[in-house]
Design a protein around this ligand. Structure first.
Ligand SMILES: [Zn+2]
Length: 164
């Protein structure tokens, strides 16, 4: 899936998390955290959107890790969660939003024929091969659907908080 689809999927995951936790933290920062989390797994992909945002990441990570390897696993998600929990002085809900975004990335990539090594370092890729990455189905259905869902959920969140 491409970066825009993942960012929108991250926003959807962030909204679901906010709905589940009932946090009153600012929506914009929570959405930024979940969208960033949704982009992080593709740091192993040269020219991915996240590599454009983190200078040097492409040279270091993108050329040392195999695409859709460790960064697309539950182990990496858990490691990032622990690392950020102990290094970032922010309320825990932001770290959870980041992790929710990462999980949304794994779920969306699981729709591609390549699958995702959810259980890395154990062997095996898991997924349902429905959508080619950056194919027509993604561009015409998945991406617009994710964006529509993200906008609708954000609208409902803003309404619920009395912003609109
Ligand atoms: Zn990916």
């Amino acid at each position: 899936m491409n970066g825009l689809t993942h960012a929108a999927g991250g926003v959807v995951a962030g909204c679901l998390l906010i709905g589940a936790t009932g946090t009153n933290e600012p929506l914009g920062w929570l959405m930024a955290a979940s969208a960033a989390g949704a982009l992080i797994p593709d740091i192993d992909t040269p020219h991915s959107r996240i590599q454009k945002y983190i200078p040097g990441a492409g040279a270091v990570v993108g050329h040392t890790l195999r695409h859709r390897g460790v960064t697309h696993s539950l182990a990496f998600t858990a490691a990032m969660y622990v690392l950020l929990t102990f290094t970032l002085p922010v309320p825990g809900v932001y770290i959870k939003a980041f992790a929710a975004g990462m999980i949304s990335h794994l779920l969306l990539d699981s729709l591609n024929p390549m699958g995702v090594p959810w259980m890395w370092p154990l062997p095996g890729r898991f997924g349902i091969p429905l959508v080619s990455s950056s194919g027509l189905l993604e561009k015409l259905v998945i991406m617009p659907g994710m964006m529509a869902a993200a906008l609708y959920m954000l609208w409902m969140m803003c309404k619920g908080r009395g912003y609109v």
